[in-house]
Design a binder for this molecule. Structure first.
Ligand SMILES: *[C@@H]1O[C@H](CO)[C@@H](O)[C@H](O)[C@H]1NC(C)=O
Ligand SMILES: *[C@@H]1O[C@H](CO)[C@@H](O)[C@H](O)[C@H]1NC(C)=O
Ligand SMILES: *[C@@H]1O[C@H](CO)[C@@H](O)[C@H](O)[C@H]1NC(C)=O
Ligand SMILES: *[C@@H]1O[C@H](CO)[C@@H](O)[C@H](O)[C@H]1NC(C)=O
Ligand SMILES: *[C@@H]1O[C@H](CO)[C@@H](O)[C@H](O)[C@H]1NC(C)=O
Ligand SMILES: *[C@@H]1O[C@H](CO)[C@@H](O)[C@H](O)[C@H]1NC(C)=O
Ligand SMILES: CC(=O)N[C@H]1CO[C@H](CO)[C@@H](O)[C@@H]1O
Length: 834
């Protein structure tokens, strides 16, 4: 590049910077950007729940889906694992994430918190914060406020330094302080109110040049905008007439627990909630989540949140389009966006028809837009509106362009449904030799004492039971509580029938007595404290009792969630029954030795470089505390990769040294309450549309492509805690297997497979009055005779195709209905010749 050209480009950049500084403000109707009221469609994507390699495509797909804004929380405990030791590397590179959003030309909303909830471990707080003296979270507490200020300042400065606020020409148009504090504020009394004021002052003091929001905070002090979170926010009102109506968390689905079924929220119901929000004056809404992603490593909270954080979001855990949700909402965004001016400036007029049926007209500058909203969950409404008759299906909103033509109805889905499949690598590469995995293994030692001495290094010793997170600082899921008990023949407890009874707030408890396994138990049914009680074998003299407490994520929600104790809390009793009465020996205040973590964690047994200690013979199965290791080849292509951990119990998995998360394949979801078809009508709740009853709550675990090497030397290491076997472990890729679509006359039907695949077969196509659901379509009493051949001609062998749904294109149906429908079922494959 010549010097002059470089100078020219440099000046251009400088001019650009000056020009692009954006003014963001708000009034009673909307967020204004450079003075213009805007409709904002935002979606949450949390940067640590995917990889840097996935970010560009996730954000691109969000933009294609009609979003103009991406929202994220900031994850304090990920960025500051030790006090003042910061990590912004890899997928924690917040600046890079925001710049990726900027590159796509989208806006960003930065929810700093720093409390974030988010089903994230400990709500995003570092555990060392809890372990500081005189600490109380989220209230008028000096120690807490100092730390919150230090971290918040660091994040704000980082953003400023990279010119990322809109006022500097960057994409960030809004920032959030705290998070849903209003839900729990009453538990903190006057101190809580004081704290909210302090939060607002702190935020204002940063002078970032864009507005701040506080969600679920009806007393948010001016100029903070209070916003709504929930499944429906159409009835929400901000706390001042000068603030716009904003919805910061529209839950697109729900998260999943170990032992829970898979929750779904229909595309029709999400679209209904969004359309109603705009019908009743909303101008900003955010999908929580737009891409949920994966809780890698030990980042999931809860406790008991699964590693998958798919959320039934418009983009699935792996970044694939979740169809029809993604496409149905994309069409809604397009329709609403085309009405931006009228919706943000027009005066609205509601007409109520009773039975929850309301028509809303917006008029501005001679233009108009109407919504016909029917919130009755069971009955369709037929109304006369401006001298025309309209039928609005139950639980739906119709949007009328110019208040005459229906251009969208939330209950009528005109986009494809994709049925995803986990494809065995071999199934697609029949020429290759089958990849059966060879395993090596080693024991994780559970003997903790020899000759009365605790083996290995002890963190601390105390004549009492200690809170697990205080001892471990949450550096591991595991903490050993080790003690010895001397029992003489004359001890009142001595008998051949002694039980151990342990009260714990840990989530899993393993018990070992004199080096032998006595049993384990885990918390169930949402109760995270339980009492372990089982017979043990003691001898006269010294006995070793070792309790291994395991956590499955720390709590992330509720007033005072931070001081909920974790681990063995006691009492710990030895119990014998003599003459019908219990004789109890209380060992709660014995001297306990504490050992943090597993031996394999300390020596990094999961590292591909660690070749020591592995065995190839006599692979154990159904044994507790075993490490397994295998080497595998990367699946071909670009489809996302998963590992099937069927056959295993509970533990953690690593690929090439990257912790891909906790697994708990043996934990089956409850048997009850599943449905085969989901009625989109009626108020959503997390148990409404659940599937996979009685099946593993998570069987497939995501391995991002960037964790893999481009050869056959990938290392998978498993730590198996409960016992299982690795014979069924398999690599697979996630892809669109079948597609179904249903589109009404007047629309365009689009079909698409994953990037690597093409439409290999049209299983069904009927234009007329087809019946049934995706996967079980049947033709109705009448149909066009040529629809199938038209579909074959236009689609076979292509990655995607589109067909105008009309008699002109598909032939006369001969049906006497107001609107014909096209139903199609097609198959995607790597090639057409099967
Ligand atoms: C907040 O904390 C400060 C310092 O501890 C104290 O002086 C003040 O009274 C507290 N405010 C309320 C409302 O309790
Ligand atoms: C509001 O709607 C009603 C019924 O459709 C109509 O009579 C009235 O004129 C409208 N008012 C305005 C201000 O548009
Ligand atoms: C819904 O419609 C049905 C039938 O018209 C009616 O009986 C019911 O009360 C309505 N429900 C609500 C909540 O308006
Ligand atoms: C936990 O943190 C405390 C104080 O910061 C430190 O003294 C202790 O060594 C840490 N323990 C572990 C296991 O990291
Ligand atoms: C947590 O601390 C608060 C304030 O000190 C107290 O009111 C609450 O009871 C504590 N909760 C637990 C579980 O210890
Ligand atoms: C068992 O209990 C009975 C009644 O309480 C008492 O009379 C008896 O002495 C007890 N026996 C022993 C061995 O303690
Ligand atoms: C406090 C709380 O629950 N906040 C949450 C709103 O809903 C989603 C539920 O998935 C959470 O992750 C938010 O942080």
């Amino acid at each position: 590049m010549t010097g002059r050209l470089a100078f020219f480009l440099l000046s251009l950049t400088l001019i650009n910077l000056a020009i692009t500084a954006t003014k963001v403000s708000y009034d009673s109707r909307a967020i204004t950007i450079d003075g213009k009221r805007r409709l904002l469609f935002s979606g949450s994507i949390h940067y640590p729940r995917s990889t840097t390699g996935m970010w560009p495509s996730l954000i691109k797909k969000a933009k294609e889906g009609g979003l103009n804004t991406i929202e994220t929380y900031v994850f304090w405990n990920a960025h500051e694992p030790q006090p003042r030791q910061y990590d912004f590397s890899g997928n924690l590179d917040l600046v890079k994430f925001i710049k990726t959003i900027q590159k796509e030309g989208l806006y960003a909303v930065l929810r700093i918190g720093p409390y974030v909830c988010a089903e994230w471990n400990y709500g995003g707080f570092p555990v060392w914060l809890h372990n500081m003296p005189n600490m109380e979270f989220r209230t008028n507490n000096t120690a807490y406020m100092n730390e919150m200020q230090t971290f918040t300042t660091l994040i704000v400065e980082k953003m400023k330094h990279a010119n990322l606020f809109a006022s500097q020409g960057g994409p960030i148009i809004l920032a959030q302080i705290e998070n849903e504090y209003g839900n729990i504020m009453s538990a903190y009394g006057e101190d809580g109110k004081e704290y909210v004021k302090w939060c607002a002052q702190l935020a204002e003091s940063y002078k970032i040049g864009v507005p701040w929001i506080m969600c679920q905070q009806s007393n948010a002090p001016d100029p903070m905008i209070n916003t709504c979170n929930g499944w429906y926010c159409d009835q929400f009102k901000p706390n001042s007439k000068n603030k716009p109506k904003m919805w910061t968390e529209n839950w697109t689905g729900w998260f999943k627990n170990w032992g829970g079924q898979i929750p779904h929220r229909t595309a029709q119901d999400v679209a209904f909630a969004v359309a109603r929000f705009y019908q009743f004056g909303g101008t900003f809404q955010n999908y929580y989540m737009y891409h949920g992603g994966t809780n890698f490593g030990r980042t999931s909270g809860g406790p008991y949140i699964t590693t998958s954080y798919d959320y039934d979001a418009p983009l699935d855990e792996f970044g694939n389009l979740n169809q029809p949700k993604w496409g149905h909402l994309k069409q809604l965004h397009e329709v609403l966006k085309s009405m931006e001016e009228v919706l943000t400036h027009g005066t609205s007029n509601n007409t109520h028809y009773g039975n929850m049926m309301t028509a809303t007209a917006y008029r501005y500058n001679g233009k108009s837009v109407c919504f016909l909203g029917n919130a009755n969950a069971t009955s369709d409404a037929t109304i006369m509106f401006q001298s025309t008759q309209y039928t609005v299906p139950a639980w739906s909103v119709s949007i009328l362009k110019d208040c005459t033509t229906e251009v969208y109805n939330t209950a009528k889905v005109n986009v494809q449904t994709s049925i995803m499949a986990m494809k065995d690598d071999e199934a697609d590469n029949k020429d290759d030799e089958p990849t059966s995995l060879n395993w090596q293994w080693m024991h994780e030692p559970h003997v903790q004492m020899k000759d009365g001495q605790v083996l290995g290094s002890v963190s601390t010793k105390a004549p009492k039971l200690m809170d697990q997170k205080v001892v471990t600082n949450d550096t591991s899921d595991y903490l050993w509580y080790i003690t010895s008990v001397d029992i003489s023949k004359n001890d009142p407890i001595w008998s051949n029938d002694i039980k151990l009874r342990v009260k714990t707030h840990g989530h899993v408890l393993h018990v070992f007595v004199n080096g032998g396994q006595a049993g384990y138990q885990y918390a169930q049914h949402g109760k995270y404290s339980f009492t372990y009680e089982a017979k043990i074998k003691l001898k006269q003299g010294k006995n070793e009792i070792s309790l291994l407490s395991g956590t499955v994520g720390l709590p992330n929600y509720g007033a005072h969630f931070g001081n909920v104790s974790v681990g063995v809390c006691g009492p710990v009793h030895l119990v014998a029954v003599k003459n019908n009465t219990e004789v109890v020996k209380d060992i709660t205040n014995n001297v306990w030795s504490y050992k943090v973590g597993l031996n394999g964690e300390i020596v990094k047994q999961y590292s591909p470089d660690n070749k020591k200690g592995w065995n190839s013979n006599a692979l154990p199965s159904d044994r507790v505390f075993v490490w397994y290791k295998t080497i595998f080849k990367s699946p071909k292509g670009t489809d996302p990769v998963v590992v099937d951990l069927r056959g295993l119990g509970k533990g953690q998995a690593w690929v090439n040294g990257n912790n891909i998360g906790r697994y708990w394949t043996s934990y089956l979801a409850d048997e009850n309450d599943c449905i085969s078809t989901c009625d989109y009508r009626g108020t959503y709740h997390p148990k409404k549309c659940i599937t996979k009853c009685g099946r593993p709550s998570q069987r497939w675990y995501h391995i991002p492509r960037s964790f893999l090497r481009n050869d056959d030397q990938n290392t998978l290491v498993l730590f198996e805690e409960f016992g299982g076997h690795p014979y069924d472990v398999k690599l697979a890729t996630v892809t669109v297997d079948k597609i179904c679509a249903n589109a009404y006359e007047g629309h365009v039907l689009e079909l698409a497979c994953s990037e690597d695949r093409v439409i290999s077969d049209i299983k069904f196509a009927s234009f007329g009055v087809p019946k049934g659901e995706c996967g079980s379509f049947e033709k109705g009493q009448c149909e066009s005779p040529t629809a199938l051949s038209v579909l074959r001609r236009r689609c076979l062998g292509k990655q995607g195709c589109s067909v105008e749904v009309s008699e002109r294109m598909l032939g006369p149906s001969g049906c006497r209905v107001p609107q014909n429908r096209l139903a199609v079922e097609a198959v995607c494959d790597i090639t057409t010749n099967k």
